[in-house]
Design a protein around this ligand. Structure first.
Ligand code: AHR
Length: 657
């Protein structure tokens, strides 16, 4: 018995010693909660939208018909003839200058037997059971009398919805018909069947779900917009990206051709159509501009984001032709910028303000930022930028101009651009970094010593590019997201310099992508947030109003023991929000004291994003492999004890008095 008691005493003693040393070893962090060091710009975390990876046509734009106006290089691409007894025919007619933005239409000739055109959609059409679909067609009756049967079929050819149209006019007229589907189809098709004798001219053959974002006609896919709205982005950059530049100037993005009635918006080949070799090429990738600048501004307004259009500055993509507009021919490009400001903000009595009003938005869109060029470099860029700056500053000093630092995060082009911009009127400089995860970890301190006097930073395109795998969504690993999270603590800590940041690219169709990783993957019916998406969401949903310091032994915590930290105060909600990234493969814990404030008991939460597998990722079939989990936290006095799982992003939120 004596022996047993002495053993218990010894064990207790050892336990006490362990606890004592553990307490001594407990790492401590101090958050200077009552000393805001800089405001966080409301625009801090935003999104970058480009029509790449079928992001617009075949993605965000809810139109289900591909090549609806026969304007692809091959006018019948996406269409298949349905013939009975070999009868009936389609003739593509080009009306040239009569309708330069939409020159082609199809003349359908029918001879007793039914004849049809079948559209394959964008890698099939995603159709939901029991929902309303709206068909429309521009048609002009020719000789004879023709009726049109409209059928939606699934991959096996089974009919899952139908309607019909008749009594066509002898003038070009839009006819519409709606129907409700009887089944779901992942890869549906639309059959447009012509019956009778004679001919009929058709154009703009279109099918939309009734349920678009806000149920708007010509609308956007509601599930994809919801993913954006959930981020609560501070801004939306559009329309790109290299798409702004075009492979050559002729193919550049011109906003004026993207507004007004959709049948008058001129389709062009999407530059990502031919950028890469098979299987990443996309011969059927065109821009219908069904989403044009009006829709982008409207989207920005809907999701509470500042619109940030990027305009061509008289330069084609420097990775492609690199051709530039002659300096004495730059006026139309500058005029496009001036007119865009009028389109967005001008009174309805102005030329472009009226276009906006006629499209349904008399109130201004309140444009504040304008990007001059996308990813440009060298003297030819600065020369052109200055021309824009001179004109825009004179007429619109209220607009913040965004200049480009080129495609890399450092090097001679980058240094040259920054040197030139220091003396300019540019408010923000757009930096791009597509780098390894290691680069992102290492660059968590990138902005700690940046010049505070020059233009501010717009981290306009970034993503950690890790190892490749054959599964489509697999490039979006947890490790890449963790590296971005570590880096983002550095952006947040330096919110006095970094005013905007956006991951890129935003969307990718799993069957039609050209570039990965991407923030959000989708197919025709589903969408999935990557681990990188949830990192963005945790930062953007917790951006606070002011930066406060997190210190360990009086120093910034950016990589010591593989821990990265930042914190903000939210003066509106009365909260302190601390972000801690544990990039180590072992757990660790901290005692965090919040200096200068009193904590409200029972009002602390922690949201944790983690996976034990650095190379884990989310897929459309397994959407929550990496997904934030929220818990409440206990508070002792004015301190918080937190244990950080290995490889985790932790967002701690405490209410203060
Ligand atoms: O995000 C994909 C591309 O990367 C963008 O179009 C371009 O700006 C950058 O090179």
């Amino acid at each position: 018995m004596k022996n047993r008691n002495s053993k218990i005493c010894t064990s207790l003693f050892v336990l006490c010693l362990i606890m004592h040393f553990a307490a001594l070893a407990q790492k401590k962090l101090t958050v200077l909660a009552n000393k805001p060091v800089a405001p966080v710009a409301p625009t801090m975390w935003g999104v970058f939208f480009e029509d790449i990876n079928f992001g617009a046509d075949g993605g965000l734009y809810a139109e289900l018909v591909k090549n609806r106006s026969f304007e692809f290089l091959n006018p019948m691409m996406g269409w298949k003839e349905l013939k009975q007894n070999g009868k009936g025919k389609t003739l593509i007619i080009n009306r040239g200058n009569e309708k330069p933005a939409n020159p082609r239409f199809a003349r359908i000739t029918v001879d007793s037997a039914q004849y049809g055109l079948s559209n394959e959609g964008f890698r099939g059409m995603g159709i939901q059971k029991g929902k309303q679909y709206n068909f429309s067609i521009l048609a002009k009756k020719g000789d004879g009398n023709i009726n049109v049967m409209i059928e939606l079929v699934n991959a096996t050819g089974k009919k899952i919805g139908s309607t019909s149209l008749s009594n066509f006019s002898g003038e070009w007229t839009k006819q519409t018909a709606s129907f409700t589907t009887t089944d779901t189809a992942v890869k549906g098709r639309l059959n447009v069947l012509f019956e009778g004798n004679g001919f009929i001219d058709v154009d703009m053959i279109s099918l939309f779900p009734q349920e678009t974002w806000k149920n708007r006609p010509n609308g956007l896919r509601a599930d994809l917009v919801q993913m954006l709205a959930d981020l609560k982005p501070g801004f939306i950059r559009f329309p790109g990206g290299c798409i702004v530049e075009g492979r050559e100037l002729q193919n550049r993005y011109q906003w004026k051709t993207t507004v007004g009635p959709i049948e008058d918006r001129m389709s062009i080949m999407n530059r990502w159509n031919v950028e890469f070799r098979a299987p990443r090429n996309a011969p059927d990738y065109f821009q219908s501009f069904g989403i044009g600048f009006y829709e982008y501004f409207q989207l920005a307004e809907d999701i509470g984001a500042e619109p940030l259009p990027i305009l061509n500055c008289g330069m084609a993509c420097q990775y492609n032709t690199g051709e530039v507009a002659q300096m004495d021919q730059l006026d139309p490009y500058v005029q496009d910028a001036l007119d865009l400001i009028e389109f967005a903000n001008g009174a309805v009595t102005t030329k472009w303000g009226k276009v906006r009003a006629d499209m349904g938005h008399p109130a201004p869109f309140n444009l504040k930022y304008l990007g001059i060029g996308n990813e440009q470099w060298d003297e030819q860029y600065i020369e052109r930028y200055k021309e824009f700056e001179k004109n825009l500053q004179q007429k619109h000093p209220e607009i913040v101009l965004v200049g480009s630092a080129g495609p890399s995060p450092n090097g001679p082009r980058f240094d040259y651009a920054w040197k030139e911009f220091k003396g300019s009127k540019a408010g923000l400089i757009d930096e791009h970094y597509y780098q390894s995860p290691e680069w992102f970890f290492k660059n968590a301190t990138r902005y700690d010593n940046y010049d505070r006097k020059g233009p501010k930073v717009f981290a306009g395109e970034y993503a950690a590019h890790g190892k490749d795998d054959t599964v489509t969504e697999s490039k979006n690993t947890w490790f890449s997201a963790l590296a971005e999270a570590a880096f983002m603590t550095g952006l947040e800590r330096n919110a006095d310099v970094v005013k905007m940041a956006s991951y890129a690219p935003l969307f990718a169709h799993v069957e039609a992508w050209q570039w990965r990783p991407d923030l959000i993957w989708f197919d025709n019916l589903r969408t999935v947030g990557t681990p990188n998406y949830y990192v963005q969401k945790l930062f953007a949903n917790n951006k606070g109003t002011h930066v406060i310091q997190v210190l360990q032994d009086g120093k910034v915590l950016a990589g010591k023991d593989s821990i990265y930290a930042s914190a903000v105060l939210d003066k509106t909600s009365g909260e302190v929000i601390i972000k801690l990234v544990n990039a180590a493969t072992a757990p660790t814990s901290y005692e965090i004291s919040l200096a200068g404030v009193k904590l409200n008991k029972n009002r602390a939460t922690i949201e944790v994003l983690t996976s034990p597998d650095a190379y884990a990722y989310n897929t459309l079939d397994q959407q929550k492999n990496i997904y934030p989990v929220q818990k409440t936290m206990g508070i002792k006095g004015n301190n918080i004890n937190v244990s950080l799982p290995p490889m985790s992003l932790n967002v701690i939120k405490v209410s203060i008095r």
